[in-house]
Design a protein around this ligand. Structure first.
Ligand code: NAD
Length: 274
């Protein structure tokens, strides 16, 4: 079964499940992205700071999958915030990726101490107006950061990519996104493969369906409407993580997984990253 799309607030569609490439070098990304595309993934999430845009771009060309069939996301890093720096960072990312048009460009972190994310957002608006990127969004924005963007620019991000997994369910942000038509994209959807995947509740639910804890977690996200971008360099796990479209969790199982939320972050607090 193929991956369903979500429709963004400007009618552009995006696969609900994609492939994350954080912590891969160029060579690993070049290999893993080809493996993922062969396994059926049609969305790839990179960032300038991952330092693998070149390898990702190489894989896109080597895979033989037509460019129009793959949704590519990259992000502007904190040191490139501001209007003109962001425009230059975009050009540099596109040169490394070897692309003319990007699918989604995100502000990687709000970096509130710099106080430049509104200015950066205006640069992204310009890239969108110029047809260089099909959709624009943000990452790691809190409700307060989103409210400020909405108040000062009136342009609603298509996506907010945030840390989100059963131990950090982000109910308040998800509700705000739903109210404003912002798609919730989960980073660390598998809790970075740490203790989450050993959770006894997920193991038991997985056993009941003949599925792994990772597959149960991904199914939970998909049922909530989240976009997910699980990462792996292991071909069997790359295949396992997309093999999640032929089973359903019961309402009781969804509630049990929902009850695991303890507001536990793996990554940093967006207020302090600069
Ligand atoms: P993840 O939750 O996708 O976990 C990845 C890790 O889980 C792997 O390294 C592996 O150790 C393990 N794993 C993967 N599949 C597994 C399986 N089937 N069974 C058991 N273990 C498995 O974590 P992530 O990589 O941090 O997040 C996914 C993507 O989100 C990243 O690659 C990146 O693209 C993006 N991301 C964005 C931000 C941001 O600030 N916007 C931050 C972190 C990650």
């Amino acid at each position: 079964m193929s991956v369903p799309n979500v429709t963004l607030n400007n009618e552009v569609t995006m696969p609900q499940l994609g492939f994350g490439v954080w912590l891969m070098d160029d060579a690993e990304a070049a290999e893993s992205v080809v493996t993922a595309l062969r396994a059926g993934y049609r969305s790839v999430d990179t960032a300038m700071i991952y330092r693998n845009e070149e390898g990702t771009g190489r894989a896109l060309r080597a895979s033989g999958v037509p460019r129009a069939e793959v949704f590519v996301t990259t992000k502007v890093w904190n040191t490139d915030q501001g209007h003109d720096p962001a425009l230059r960072a975009f050009d540099a990312s596109m040169a490394r990726l070897g692309l003319d048009v990007l699918d989604l460009y995100l502000i990687h972190w709000p970096a509130p101490a710099q106080d430049r994310y509104v200015e950066t957002w205006r640069a992204l608006e310009r890239l969108h107006a110029d047809g260089r990127v099909r959709a624009i969004g943000v990452s790691n924005f809190t409700v307060a950061h989103l409210r400020r963007l909405l108040d000062e620019t009136g342009v609603v991000p298509a996506v907010n990519q945030i840390e989100l997994h059963p131990y950090l369910a982000q109910a308040e942000l998800r509700a705000f996104h739903a109210e404003h038509g912002i798609v919730t994209e989960a980073w660390a959807p598998l809790g970075q493969g740490k203790s989450l995947l050993d959770d006894p509740v997920l193991r038991r639910i997985g056993a009941a369906h003949g599925r792994s804890p990772a597959q149960v977690v991904l199914r939970w996200h998909l049922r909530l409407g989240n976009v997910v971008i699980p990462k792996s360099v292991t071909p069997s796990r790359i295949a396992e993580n997309i093999d999640v479209f032929d089973f359903e969790l019961t309402d009781a199982e969804m509630a049990e997984i929902g009850a695991l939320d303890e507001g536990r972050r793996l990554g940093p607090d967006p207020e302090v990253v600069s």
